[in-house]
Design a protein around this ligand. Structure first.
Ligand SMILES: NC(=O)C1=CN([C@@H]2O[C@H](COP(=O)(O)OP(=O)(O)OC[C@H]3O[C@@H](n4cnc5c(N)ncnc54)[C@H](O)[C@@H]3O)[C@@H](O)[C@H]2O)[C@H](O)CC1
Ligand SMILES: [K+]
Length: 479
Protein backbone atom coordinates (compact mmCIF):
# COMPACT_ATOMS: atom_id res chain seq x y z
CA UNK A 1 0.00 0.00 0.00
CA UNK A 2 1.29 3.48 -0.79
CA UNK A 3 -0.12 6.91 0.07
CA UNK A 4 -0.52 9.57 -2.59
CA UNK A 5 2.24 11.64 -0.95
CA UNK A 6 4.59 8.65 -1.03
CA UNK A 7 3.52 7.98 -4.62
CA UNK A 8 4.48 11.52 -5.60
CA UNK A 9 7.84 11.12 -3.84
CA UNK A 10 8.55 7.79 -5.57
CA UNK A 11 7.42 9.19 -8.92
CA UNK A 12 9.82 12.11 -8.67
CA UNK A 13 12.63 9.88 -7.37
CA UNK A 14 12.14 7.60 -10.37
CA UNK A 15 12.60 10.65 -12.59
CA UNK A 16 15.72 11.61 -10.60
CA UNK A 17 17.07 8.10 -11.23
CA UNK A 18 16.49 8.44 -14.98
CA UNK A 19 12.98 7.05 -15.47
CA UNK A 20 10.92 10.14 -16.37
CA UNK A 21 7.18 10.44 -15.80
CA UNK A 22 6.39 10.26 -19.50
CA UNK A 23 7.88 6.75 -19.58
CA UNK A 24 5.77 5.86 -16.54
CA UNK A 25 2.69 7.24 -18.28
CA UNK A 26 3.42 5.03 -21.30
CA UNK A 27 3.48 2.01 -18.98
CA UNK A 28 0.34 3.17 -17.16
CA UNK A 29 -1.53 3.60 -20.44
CA UNK A 30 -0.39 0.20 -21.67
CA UNK A 31 -1.65 -1.40 -18.45
CA UNK A 32 -5.04 0.29 -18.90
CA UNK A 33 -5.27 -0.99 -22.49
CA UNK A 34 -4.38 -4.48 -21.25
CA UNK A 35 -7.29 -4.35 -18.80
CA UNK A 36 -9.67 -3.23 -21.57
CA UNK A 37 -8.53 -6.20 -23.71
CA UNK A 38 -9.43 -8.50 -20.81
CA UNK A 39 -12.93 -7.02 -20.68
CA UNK A 40 -13.81 -6.73 -24.39
CA UNK A 41 -12.65 -8.25 -27.68
CA UNK A 42 -11.08 -6.30 -30.56
CA UNK A 43 -13.69 -4.49 -32.58
CA UNK A 44 -15.60 -3.51 -29.44
CA UNK A 45 -16.48 0.13 -28.90
CA UNK A 46 -14.40 1.79 -26.15
CA UNK A 47 -15.03 5.37 -25.00
CA UNK A 48 -12.42 7.04 -22.79
CA UNK A 49 -13.52 10.00 -20.62
CA UNK A 50 -10.44 12.05 -19.79
CA UNK A 51 -9.63 14.80 -17.32
CA UNK A 52 -7.00 17.49 -17.69
CA UNK A 53 -4.24 15.94 -15.59
CA UNK A 54 -2.01 12.89 -15.87
CA UNK A 55 -4.94 10.58 -15.11
CA UNK A 56 -6.33 11.71 -18.46
CA UNK A 57 -2.85 11.40 -19.90
CA UNK A 58 -2.83 7.70 -19.07
CA UNK A 59 -5.95 7.23 -21.19
CA UNK A 60 -4.53 9.21 -24.10
CA UNK A 61 -1.74 6.61 -24.08
CA UNK A 62 -4.16 3.69 -23.62
CA UNK A 63 -6.05 4.77 -26.74
CA UNK A 64 -2.86 4.24 -28.77
CA UNK A 65 -2.58 0.70 -27.42
CA UNK A 66 -6.14 -0.25 -28.47
CA UNK A 67 -5.56 -0.96 -32.13
CA UNK A 68 -8.49 -2.86 -33.60
CA UNK A 69 -10.98 -1.36 -31.16
CA UNK A 70 -13.51 1.32 -32.01
CA UNK A 71 -11.96 4.04 -29.81
CA UNK A 72 -13.40 7.46 -28.94
CA UNK A 73 -11.53 9.80 -26.60
CA UNK A 74 -13.43 12.59 -24.81
CA UNK A 75 -11.38 15.38 -23.22
CA UNK A 76 -13.36 17.28 -20.57
CA UNK A 77 -11.92 20.68 -21.39
CA UNK A 78 -9.73 22.09 -24.09
CA UNK A 79 -6.15 21.30 -25.07
CA UNK A 80 -5.08 24.52 -23.34
CA UNK A 81 -6.57 23.36 -20.03
CA UNK A 82 -4.48 20.19 -19.94
CA UNK A 83 -2.31 20.75 -16.85
CA UNK A 84 0.86 18.76 -17.67
CA UNK A 85 3.22 18.63 -20.63
CA UNK A 86 3.28 14.85 -20.76
CA UNK A 87 -0.52 14.65 -20.93
CA UNK A 88 -0.65 17.41 -23.55
CA UNK A 89 2.02 15.69 -25.67
CA UNK A 90 0.01 12.48 -25.56
CA UNK A 91 -3.15 14.36 -26.53
CA UNK A 92 -1.33 15.88 -29.49
CA UNK A 93 -0.04 12.43 -30.49
CA UNK A 94 -3.63 11.16 -30.60
CA UNK A 95 -4.73 14.00 -32.80
CA UNK A 96 -1.85 13.59 -35.23
CA UNK A 97 -2.49 9.82 -35.30
CA UNK A 98 -6.07 10.56 -36.42
CA UNK A 99 -7.43 8.69 -33.43
CA UNK A 100 -10.95 9.92 -32.70
CA UNK A 101 -10.22 12.39 -29.90
CA UNK A 102 -12.64 15.17 -29.24
CA UNK A 103 -12.98 17.86 -26.64
CA UNK A 104 -16.17 18.12 -24.64
CA UNK A 105 -17.02 21.74 -23.90
CA UNK A 106 -19.94 21.02 -21.60
CA UNK A 107 -20.25 17.59 -20.00
CA UNK A 108 -24.02 17.90 -20.18
CA UNK A 109 -23.48 17.31 -23.88
CA UNK A 110 -21.38 14.19 -23.19
CA UNK A 111 -23.12 11.62 -25.36
CA UNK A 112 -21.98 8.00 -25.43
CA UNK A 113 -22.67 5.77 -28.44
CA UNK A 114 -23.28 2.27 -27.21
CA UNK A 115 -19.81 1.42 -25.86
CA UNK A 116 -18.99 -1.98 -24.41
CA UNK A 117 -16.30 -0.32 -22.25
CA UNK A 118 -15.97 3.14 -20.74
CA UNK A 119 -12.58 4.15 -19.35
CA UNK A 120 -12.80 6.58 -16.44
CA UNK A 121 -9.67 8.74 -16.70
CA UNK A 122 -11.00 11.98 -15.27
CA UNK A 123 -9.24 12.14 -11.90
CA UNK A 124 -6.75 10.03 -10.01
CA UNK A 125 -4.50 10.95 -7.09
CA UNK A 126 -4.72 14.62 -8.00
CA UNK A 127 -8.33 15.02 -6.90
CA UNK A 128 -8.99 17.63 -4.25
CA UNK A 129 -12.41 17.96 -2.66
CA UNK A 130 -15.80 17.15 -4.15
CA UNK A 131 -15.86 16.84 -7.92
CA UNK A 132 -16.41 20.14 -9.70
CA UNK A 133 -17.89 20.55 -13.18
CA UNK A 134 -17.54 19.19 -15.79
CA UNK A 135 -16.40 16.03 -14.03
CA UNK A 136 -19.38 15.92 -11.66
CA UNK A 137 -21.95 15.69 -14.46
CA UNK A 138 -19.77 13.25 -16.38
CA UNK A 139 -19.84 10.87 -13.39
CA UNK A 140 -23.61 10.58 -13.80
CA UNK A 141 -23.32 9.89 -17.53
CA UNK A 142 -20.72 7.17 -16.89
CA UNK A 143 -22.68 5.55 -14.05
CA UNK A 144 -25.93 5.61 -16.10
CA UNK A 145 -24.31 4.03 -19.16
CA UNK A 146 -24.75 0.32 -19.82
CA UNK A 147 -21.04 -0.45 -20.22
CA UNK A 148 -18.18 -2.07 -18.29
CA UNK A 149 -16.32 0.76 -16.52
CA UNK A 150 -12.52 0.56 -16.17
CA UNK A 151 -11.15 3.26 -13.83
CA UNK A 152 -7.61 4.58 -14.25
CA UNK A 153 -5.65 4.46 -10.96
CA UNK A 154 -8.64 5.43 -8.78
CA UNK A 155 -12.36 5.75 -9.62
CA UNK A 156 -12.87 9.48 -10.18
CA UNK A 157 -14.15 11.18 -7.08
CA UNK A 158 -12.66 8.61 -4.70
CA UNK A 159 -9.82 9.77 -2.41
CA UNK A 160 -6.90 7.38 -3.03
CA UNK A 161 -5.83 7.50 0.64
CA UNK A 162 -9.15 7.27 2.47
CA UNK A 163 -11.58 5.75 -0.05
CA UNK A 164 -14.00 8.58 0.81
CA UNK A 165 -15.81 10.66 -1.76
CA UNK A 166 -17.11 14.11 -0.90
CA UNK A 167 -19.71 13.93 -3.67
CA UNK A 168 -20.47 11.85 -6.79
CA UNK A 169 -17.95 9.17 -7.73
CA UNK A 170 -17.59 6.73 -10.59
CA UNK A 171 -18.83 3.19 -9.90
CA UNK A 172 -16.16 1.09 -11.60
CA UNK A 173 -16.20 -2.61 -12.47
CA UNK A 174 -12.41 -2.67 -12.67
CA UNK A 175 -9.64 -0.42 -11.40
CA UNK A 176 -6.09 -0.41 -12.82
CA UNK A 177 -3.86 1.21 -10.23
CA UNK A 178 -0.12 1.74 -10.57
CA UNK A 179 3.02 0.55 -8.80
CA UNK A 180 1.37 -0.38 -5.49
CA UNK A 181 -2.07 -0.65 -3.94
CA UNK A 182 -3.78 2.53 -2.73
CA UNK A 183 -5.36 2.40 0.77
CA UNK A 184 -8.55 4.02 -0.52
CA UNK A 185 -9.21 1.15 -2.95
CA UNK A 186 -9.78 -1.37 -0.15
CA UNK A 187 -13.37 -0.12 0.20
CA UNK A 188 -14.06 0.08 -3.56
CA UNK A 189 -16.36 -2.66 -4.88
CA UNK A 190 -14.40 -3.47 -8.06
CA UNK A 191 -11.69 -5.81 -9.36
CA UNK A 192 -8.42 -4.01 -8.64
CA UNK A 193 -5.28 -4.70 -10.68
CA UNK A 194 -1.95 -3.31 -9.45
CA UNK A 195 0.15 -2.71 -12.55
CA UNK A 196 3.94 -2.56 -12.44
CA UNK A 197 4.85 0.56 -14.43
CA UNK A 198 8.64 0.18 -14.35
CA UNK A 199 9.43 2.23 -11.27
CA UNK A 200 12.71 0.77 -9.96
CA UNK A 201 12.68 -0.25 -6.27
CA UNK A 202 15.62 2.14 -5.91
CA UNK A 203 13.08 4.96 -6.28
CA UNK A 204 11.70 3.96 -2.90
CA UNK A 205 15.05 3.14 -1.28
CA UNK A 206 17.36 5.91 -2.44
CA UNK A 207 16.77 9.37 -0.98
CA UNK A 208 16.44 11.70 -3.94
CA UNK A 209 14.88 15.05 -4.79
CA UNK A 210 11.39 13.53 -4.60
CA UNK A 211 11.78 13.38 -0.84
CA UNK A 212 11.75 17.19 -0.84
CA UNK A 213 8.04 17.06 -1.71
CA UNK A 214 7.35 16.21 1.91
CA UNK A 215 8.52 19.71 2.83
CA UNK A 216 5.79 21.37 0.77
CA UNK A 217 5.09 24.18 3.14
CA UNK A 218 1.72 25.57 4.06
CA UNK A 219 2.03 29.15 2.77
CA UNK A 220 -0.19 30.37 5.58
CA UNK A 221 2.34 29.20 8.18
CA UNK A 222 3.02 31.70 10.89
CA UNK A 223 6.36 32.31 12.55
CA UNK A 224 7.24 29.61 15.00
CA UNK A 225 5.30 26.87 13.26
CA UNK A 226 8.44 25.66 11.62
CA UNK A 227 10.39 24.78 14.65
CA UNK A 228 12.30 25.89 17.68
CA UNK A 229 15.48 23.87 17.98
CA UNK A 230 17.68 23.66 21.07
CA UNK A 231 21.29 22.54 20.63
CA UNK A 232 22.85 21.16 23.83
CA UNK A 233 26.63 20.86 23.66
CA UNK A 234 29.90 22.68 23.75
CA UNK A 235 32.59 22.50 26.35
CA UNK A 236 35.84 21.18 24.90
CA UNK A 237 34.63 22.53 21.55
CA UNK A 238 32.80 25.79 20.85
CA UNK A 239 32.38 25.60 17.06
CA UNK A 240 30.28 22.44 16.98
CA UNK A 241 27.16 23.71 18.77
CA UNK A 242 27.26 26.95 16.79
CA UNK A 243 27.48 25.03 13.51
CA UNK A 244 24.59 22.76 14.48
CA UNK A 245 22.40 25.69 15.55
CA UNK A 246 23.11 27.73 12.42
CA UNK A 247 22.45 24.64 10.30
CA UNK A 248 19.07 24.25 11.96
CA UNK A 249 18.19 27.83 10.99
CA UNK A 250 19.38 27.29 7.42
CA UNK A 251 17.18 24.20 7.26
CA UNK A 252 14.09 26.19 8.14
CA UNK A 253 13.98 26.31 11.94
CA UNK A 254 12.63 29.64 13.10
CA UNK A 255 14.56 29.86 16.35
CA UNK A 256 17.84 28.21 17.33
CA UNK A 257 18.99 28.09 20.94
CA UNK A 258 22.33 26.85 22.26
CA UNK A 259 22.70 25.58 25.83
CA UNK A 260 26.44 25.41 26.53
CA UNK A 261 28.87 25.92 29.42
CA UNK A 262 29.16 29.58 30.41
CA UNK A 263 32.90 29.46 29.72
CA UNK A 264 32.26 29.02 25.98
CA UNK A 265 28.95 30.92 25.74
CA UNK A 266 30.64 34.10 24.57
CA UNK A 267 32.50 32.15 21.89
CA UNK A 268 29.33 30.49 20.68
CA UNK A 269 27.36 33.76 20.57
CA UNK A 270 30.30 35.30 18.77
CA UNK A 271 29.78 33.01 15.81
CA UNK A 272 26.36 34.40 15.01
CA UNK A 273 23.82 36.93 16.22
CA UNK A 274 21.15 34.52 14.99
CA UNK A 275 21.73 32.22 17.96
CA UNK A 276 20.05 32.49 21.34
CA UNK A 277 22.63 31.29 23.85
CA UNK A 278 21.66 29.87 27.26
CA UNK A 279 24.87 29.66 29.36
CA UNK A 280 25.09 26.75 31.84
CA UNK A 281 27.23 26.93 35.01
CA UNK A 282 30.77 25.59 34.79
CA UNK A 283 33.19 24.71 32.00
CA UNK A 284 31.55 21.36 31.16
CA UNK A 285 27.91 20.34 30.97
CA UNK A 286 27.26 18.43 34.18
CA UNK A 287 24.25 16.72 35.82
CA UNK A 288 23.60 19.91 37.79
CA UNK A 289 22.54 21.60 34.52
CA UNK A 290 19.97 18.93 33.63
CA UNK A 291 16.92 20.44 35.40
CA UNK A 292 17.40 23.75 33.60
CA UNK A 293 18.11 21.96 30.28
CA UNK A 294 14.85 20.02 30.63
CA UNK A 295 12.98 23.23 31.40
CA UNK A 296 14.41 24.94 28.30
CA UNK A 297 13.85 21.83 26.14
CA UNK A 298 10.19 21.61 27.15
CA UNK A 299 9.52 24.72 25.05
CA UNK A 300 11.24 23.37 21.95
CA UNK A 301 10.14 21.32 18.95
CA UNK A 302 13.43 19.46 18.75
CA UNK A 303 16.69 19.08 20.64
CA UNK A 304 20.11 18.35 19.13
CA UNK A 305 22.15 16.82 21.92
CA UNK A 306 25.90 16.31 21.69
CA UNK A 307 27.75 18.68 19.33
CA UNK A 308 31.04 19.60 21.02
CA UNK A 309 29.95 18.01 24.29
CA UNK A 310 33.13 16.02 24.79
CA UNK A 311 33.33 12.72 26.68
CA UNK A 312 34.07 13.81 30.24
CA UNK A 313 32.30 11.57 32.77
CA UNK A 314 30.26 14.48 34.09
CA UNK A 315 29.06 15.38 30.58
CA UNK A 316 28.12 11.80 29.74
CA UNK A 317 26.27 11.53 33.07
CA UNK A 318 24.44 14.73 32.11
CA UNK A 319 23.56 13.19 28.73
CA UNK A 320 22.15 10.10 30.41
CA UNK A 321 20.18 12.08 32.96
CA UNK A 322 18.78 14.43 30.30
CA UNK A 323 17.78 11.70 27.85
CA UNK A 324 16.18 9.56 30.56
CA UNK A 325 13.98 12.45 31.69
CA UNK A 326 13.25 13.94 28.23
CA UNK A 327 10.13 12.83 26.33
CA UNK A 328 10.35 14.95 23.18
CA UNK A 329 12.32 14.48 19.96
CA UNK A 330 16.10 14.59 20.09
CA UNK A 331 18.85 14.15 17.55
CA UNK A 332 21.80 12.61 19.41
CA UNK A 333 25.28 13.06 17.93
CA UNK A 334 28.97 12.86 18.74
CA UNK A 335 30.10 11.77 22.20
CA UNK A 336 26.54 11.65 23.57
CA UNK A 337 25.84 8.68 21.27
CA UNK A 338 27.70 6.27 23.53
CA UNK A 339 25.12 6.60 26.33
CA UNK A 340 22.13 5.81 24.09
CA UNK A 341 22.25 1.97 24.23
CA UNK A 342 21.95 2.03 28.04
CA UNK A 343 19.40 4.87 28.31
CA UNK A 344 15.81 4.04 29.20
CA UNK A 345 13.77 6.86 27.71
CA UNK A 346 10.37 7.97 26.39
CA UNK A 347 12.11 10.35 24.00
CA UNK A 348 11.99 9.90 20.20
CA UNK A 349 15.65 9.62 19.26
CA UNK A 350 17.42 10.08 15.95
CA UNK A 351 21.06 9.00 16.28
CA UNK A 352 23.63 10.18 13.75
CA UNK A 353 26.78 8.08 14.23
CA UNK A 354 29.59 7.58 11.78
CA UNK A 355 30.74 3.97 11.40
CA UNK A 356 33.19 4.16 14.31
CA UNK A 357 30.58 5.65 16.64
CA UNK A 358 28.07 3.02 15.51
CA UNK A 359 30.45 0.23 16.47
CA UNK A 360 31.24 1.95 19.78
CA UNK A 361 27.48 1.85 20.45
CA UNK A 362 27.57 -1.92 19.85
CA UNK A 363 26.33 -1.64 16.28
CA UNK A 364 27.33 -3.74 13.24
CA UNK A 365 30.72 -3.54 11.55
CA UNK A 366 30.85 -2.08 8.06
CA UNK A 367 30.00 -4.47 5.21
CA UNK A 368 28.77 -3.74 1.70
CA UNK A 369 25.70 -1.48 1.47
CA UNK A 370 22.85 -3.97 1.07
CA UNK A 371 23.85 -6.26 3.94
CA UNK A 372 24.86 -3.22 5.98
CA UNK A 373 21.42 -1.68 5.52
CA UNK A 374 19.77 -4.80 6.95
CA UNK A 375 22.16 -4.87 9.91
CA UNK A 376 21.60 -1.18 10.62
CA UNK A 377 17.83 -1.74 10.46
CA UNK A 378 18.11 -4.56 13.01
CA UNK A 379 20.22 -2.41 15.32
CA UNK A 380 17.79 0.51 15.00
CA UNK A 381 14.97 -1.85 15.96
CA UNK A 382 16.99 -3.19 18.92
CA UNK A 383 17.67 0.35 20.20
CA UNK A 384 14.18 1.63 19.38
CA UNK A 385 15.64 4.67 17.62
CA UNK A 386 16.05 6.02 14.10
CA UNK A 387 19.64 5.57 12.94
CA UNK A 388 21.37 7.73 10.36
CA UNK A 389 24.72 6.01 9.83
CA UNK A 390 27.01 8.41 7.99
CA UNK A 391 29.34 7.14 5.30
CA UNK A 392 30.10 7.41 1.58
CA UNK A 393 26.60 5.99 1.36
CA UNK A 394 24.49 6.96 4.38
CA UNK A 395 22.14 4.28 5.73
CA UNK A 396 18.95 5.50 7.42
CA UNK A 397 16.54 3.19 9.23
CA UNK A 398 13.91 3.18 11.96
CA UNK A 399 13.91 -0.61 12.06
CA UNK A 400 10.99 -0.85 9.65
CA UNK A 401 11.79 1.47 6.76
CA UNK A 402 15.34 1.68 5.42
CA UNK A 403 16.73 4.25 3.02
CA UNK A 404 20.17 4.98 1.54
CA UNK A 405 21.54 8.39 0.66
CA UNK A 406 24.21 8.90 -2.00
CA UNK A 407 24.71 12.68 -1.92
CA UNK A 408 27.99 14.03 -0.47
CA UNK A 409 31.64 13.76 -1.39
CA UNK A 410 35.07 13.03 0.15
CA UNK A 411 35.66 16.76 0.73
CA UNK A 412 33.14 16.48 3.54
CA UNK A 413 35.41 14.52 5.86
CA UNK A 414 36.54 17.90 7.20
CA UNK A 415 35.55 18.49 10.84
CA UNK A 416 32.19 20.05 11.53
CA UNK A 417 30.15 18.59 8.68
CA UNK A 418 28.64 16.14 11.16
CA UNK A 419 27.51 19.05 13.32
CA UNK A 420 25.83 20.63 10.29
CA UNK A 421 24.11 17.30 9.57
CA UNK A 422 22.87 17.06 13.16
CA UNK A 423 21.46 20.59 13.02
CA UNK A 424 19.75 20.09 9.66
CA UNK A 425 18.26 16.81 10.87
CA UNK A 426 17.06 18.47 14.06
CA UNK A 427 15.23 21.11 12.04
CA UNK A 428 13.71 18.41 9.79
CA UNK A 429 12.23 16.60 12.80
CA UNK A 430 9.95 19.60 13.37
CA UNK A 431 7.73 19.10 10.27
CA UNK A 432 8.58 15.45 9.50
CA UNK A 433 8.49 12.08 11.25
CA UNK A 434 11.95 10.80 12.26
CA UNK A 435 12.65 8.44 9.34
CA UNK A 436 11.81 11.17 6.79
CA UNK A 437 13.66 13.82 8.80
CA UNK A 438 16.81 11.69 8.96
CA UNK A 439 16.58 10.83 5.26
CA UNK A 440 16.25 14.49 4.28
CA UNK A 441 18.93 15.52 6.78
CA UNK A 442 21.38 13.15 5.11
CA UNK A 443 20.29 14.18 1.62
CA UNK A 444 20.42 17.93 2.25
CA UNK A 445 23.74 17.85 4.09
CA UNK A 446 25.37 15.84 1.32
CA UNK A 447 23.76 17.94 -1.38
CA UNK A 448 24.97 21.11 0.34
CA UNK A 449 28.45 19.59 0.35
CA UNK A 450 28.15 18.77 -3.35
CA UNK A 451 27.14 22.36 -4.09
CA UNK A 452 29.92 23.79 -1.90
CA UNK A 453 32.68 21.54 -3.26
CA UNK A 454 32.02 22.97 -6.72
CA UNK A 455 33.20 26.30 -5.34
CA UNK A 456 35.78 25.31 -2.72
CA UNK A 457 37.11 21.93 -3.88
CA UNK A 458 38.84 20.08 -1.12
CA UNK A 459 39.42 23.38 0.67
CA UNK A 460 35.80 22.93 1.75
CA UNK A 461 35.09 23.78 5.38
CA UNK A 462 31.91 23.05 7.36
CA UNK A 463 30.68 26.65 7.33
CA UNK A 464 30.61 26.47 3.51
CA UNK A 465 27.79 23.95 3.86
CA UNK A 466 25.62 26.36 5.84
CA UNK A 467 25.09 28.71 2.93
CA UNK A 468 24.22 25.82 0.59
CA UNK A 469 21.66 24.06 2.83
CA UNK A 470 18.68 26.21 1.66
CA UNK A 471 19.49 25.51 -2.00
CA UNK A 472 19.70 21.80 -1.17
CA UNK A 473 16.26 21.79 0.48
CA UNK A 474 14.47 24.29 -1.74
CA UNK A 475 16.23 24.04 -5.12
CA UNK A 476 13.62 26.16 -6.90
CA UNK A 477 13.85 28.80 -4.25
CA UNK A 478 10.34 28.71 -2.88
CA UNK A 479 9.96 27.71 0.77
N1 LIG B 1 3.67 6.97 -10.54
C1 LIG B 1 2.39 7.04 -10.78
O1 LIG B 1 1.52 6.66 -9.99
C2 LIG B 1 1.94 7.64 -12.05
C3 LIG B 1 0.69 8.19 -12.07
N2 LIG B 1 0.20 8.72 -13.18
C4 LIG B 1 -1.17 9.19 -13.26
O2 LIG B 1 -1.15 10.51 -12.75
C5 LIG B 1 -2.34 10.67 -11.98
C6 LIG B 1 -2.20 11.89 -11.11
O3 LIG B 1 -2.13 12.95 -12.05
P1 LIG B 1 -2.29 14.47 -11.59
O4 LIG B 1 -2.06 15.31 -12.80
O5 LIG B 1 -1.46 14.70 -10.40
O6 LIG B 1 -3.79 14.60 -11.10
P2 LIG B 1 -5.15 14.07 -11.72
O7 LIG B 1 -4.99 13.79 -13.18
O8 LIG B 1 -5.63 12.99 -10.85
O9 LIG B 1 -6.14 15.32 -11.51
C7 LIG B 1 -5.63 16.60 -11.60
C8 LIG B 1 -6.57 17.43 -12.46
O10 LIG B 1 -7.90 17.36 -11.96
C9 LIG B 1 -8.30 18.67 -11.51
N3 LIG B 1 -9.05 18.47 -10.27
C10 LIG B 1 -8.55 18.25 -9.05
N4 LIG B 1 -9.55 18.10 -8.14
C11 LIG B 1 -10.71 18.25 -8.85
C12 LIG B 1 -12.09 18.23 -8.50
N5 LIG B 1 -12.46 18.03 -7.21
N6 LIG B 1 -13.04 18.43 -9.47
C13 LIG B 1 -12.63 18.66 -10.74
N7 LIG B 1 -11.35 18.69 -11.17
C14 LIG B 1 -10.41 18.49 -10.20
C15 LIG B 1 -7.03 19.44 -11.35
O11 LIG B 1 -7.30 20.82 -11.56
C16 LIG B 1 -6.18 18.87 -12.44
O12 LIG B 1 -6.56 19.44 -13.66
C17 LIG B 1 -2.46 9.37 -11.28
O13 LIG B 1 -3.73 9.17 -10.72
C18 LIG B 1 -2.14 8.39 -12.39
O14 LIG B 1 -3.31 8.13 -13.15
C19 LIG B 1 1.04 9.03 -14.35
O15 LIG B 1 0.59 8.34 -15.45
C20 LIG B 1 2.50 8.69 -14.20
C21 LIG B 1 2.83 7.65 -13.22
K1 LIG C 1 -9.91 7.85 -12.64
Amino acid sequence: MISSTEMAVVDENAAALGVPRKQLMESSGNAVAHAVREVADPGASVELVCGRGNNGGDAFVAARFLDGYDVTVHLLGRRETITTDIARENWDALRSADIDAQRVGDSRSLEFGDPEVIVDAMLGTGVTGALREPEATAVGAINDADAAVVAVDVPSGIDADTGDSEGPAVEADRVVTFHDGKPGLASVDADVTVADIGIPTAAERVVERGDLLRLARDPTAHKGEFGRVLVVGGGPYTGAPALAAQAALRAGADLAYVACPETVAGGVQGYSENLIVRPQAGDLLAPSSVPELLETASGMDAVVFGPGLGDADASLEAATAFLEAFDGTAVVDADALQVVPDVDTEATLVCTPHQGELEAMGGPAAVDTDERAALVADFAADLGVTLLVKGAVDVISDGERTRVNRTGNPGMTVGGTGDVLAGVTGAMTCPLEPIHAAALGAYANGRAGDLAVEEYGHGLVATDLLGAVPAALWPDGEN
